[in-house]
Design a protein. Structure first.
Length: 377
């Protein structure tokens, strides 16, 4: 029997969730209702899906009318807690888009809520489900590089986040929380441990300035001399907010280059850095040094390199054109299993997402104080 799903926030990620859940569940999951206040976002989402789910403006009304078997919270980050509280007393399996929220206090409230909630809640840490990460986990757990001793992780990406609402801490929480939490979650997943302490240095090297906050690229007279001009703002179909807001706006307070030194509870230590303005030949690359070997995960080249006493081995993956390295099919399959009661084990639970986000919050605290910040998951 088809299971009914509600989507809260039908913008940039919400419409992706809607289409992916229907497609990758083989039609067993059906989007029966969406909450989306923006006409533009709703229409974009319908175009993306090729259908028009019933639209609501109230979570309570949607839950009462649809009586869903599951729901996805994919509203803007700063609204996650408010949306989650609407499910108090319910027993509806949920997916919460990451990060959990934008402030540490609100994230703590989400963690406390989830401890009492009587249905499964999974966080959309979709990279855990991608075949390349699943294979890396298998290699590490099999002992082929021995005990992990250290790691180096880097992420290079474009400045799209600085063209939309995520360019402020208030709305997005900062890039270590918005983007870096993907990497921190995979780090803790692969090493099977928790964070211990963090030191960080965060800078604004390029973005931010004194331009008007409502200035968009298409209305600017300096586009010919601006290398960050967004000529095609809707290529990623992110209709939640304009992707052509000026990256030199006065309100920008998040950083565009961030670097961390991280120690984990089992003695593993390493580095993580992310850059949002420098063009690089790859997006993400993780390297793990073990007592018996070495493992490199190159997400852009779609390959894993394993080197140990047996020699070198390469594993290749085909996910060209699939966001988040083709992890979406695994998310849909797992969510359907949770809804049908075929499993009670959540692969990406709230407490582990919280641990990853604690690295982000601690890193920003470290940047303020100039000291190591201890973490107590």
């Amino acid at each position: 029997m088809t299971k009914k799903i509600c989507i809260i926030g039908f913008g940039g990620m919400g419409k992706r969730h809607a289409k992916d859940l229907e497609e990758f569940s083989g039609g067993e999951l059906e989007i029966a209702g969406v909450l989306e206040p923006s006409d533009e976002s709703y229409n974009h989402g319908c175009e993306w899906m090729g259908k028009s789910p019933e639209r609501f403006f109230s979570i309570s009304e949607m839950l009462e009318k649809v009586q869903p078997d599951g729901a996805v919270i994919s509203s803007p980050n700063s609204n996650h807690l408010d949306c989650l509280l609407k499910f108090k007393g319910k027993k509806i399996p949920l997916i919460i888009e990451k990060p959990l929220d934008t402030t540490f206090d609100k994230v703590l409230q989400i963690v406390d809520f989830c401890k009492e909630y009587e249905a499964p809640i999974m966080v959309h840490h979709v990279m855990r489900y991608s075949p390349i990460v699943v294979k890396a986990k298998e290699i590490i757990d099999s002992g082929q590089i021995g005990k992990i001793a250290g790691f180096e992780m880097v992420q290079f990406t474009h400045g799209a986040m600085f063209h939309n609402f995520r360019r402020t801490f208030k709305n997005g929480g900062g890039q270590l929380l918005e983007k870096g939490t993907h990497d921190f979650d995979v780090l803790l997943f692969l090493t099977d441990t928790m964070p211990s302490r963090v030191a960080s240095m965060c800078k604004r090297q390029v973005y931010g300035g004194n331009m008007p906050n409502d200035l968009v690229c298409s209305k600017c007279d300096k586009t010919s001399e601006c290398r960050h001009f967004e000529e095609t703002p809707n290529t990623s179909h992110d209709s939640t907010n304009s992707k052509e807001l000026c990256v030199y706006a006065d309100e920008i307070d998040i950083f565009d280059y961030e670097s961390c030194l991280i120690e984990l509870e089992n003695g593993i230590s390493g580095t993580y850095s992310e850059c949002f303005f420098s063009k690089a030949p790859f997006s993400r690359r993780y390297e793990f040094s073990g007592t018996e070997g070495f493992l490199a995960i190159n997400f852009s080249k779609r390959e894993i390199l394993l080197s140990n006493h047996n020699g070198d081995d390469t594993f290749s993956f085909d996910y060209e054109g699939h966001i988040h390295y083709n992890g979406a099919p695994g998310v849909a399959e797992h969510f359907l299993q949770l809804i049908k009661g075929e499993t009670s084990k959540v692969i990406s639970p709230v407490d582990e997402a919280f641990a990853a986000e604690q690295i982000s919050f601690a890193a920003y605290r470290s940047n303020e104080t100039g000291t190591f910040v201890n973490i107590n998951p």
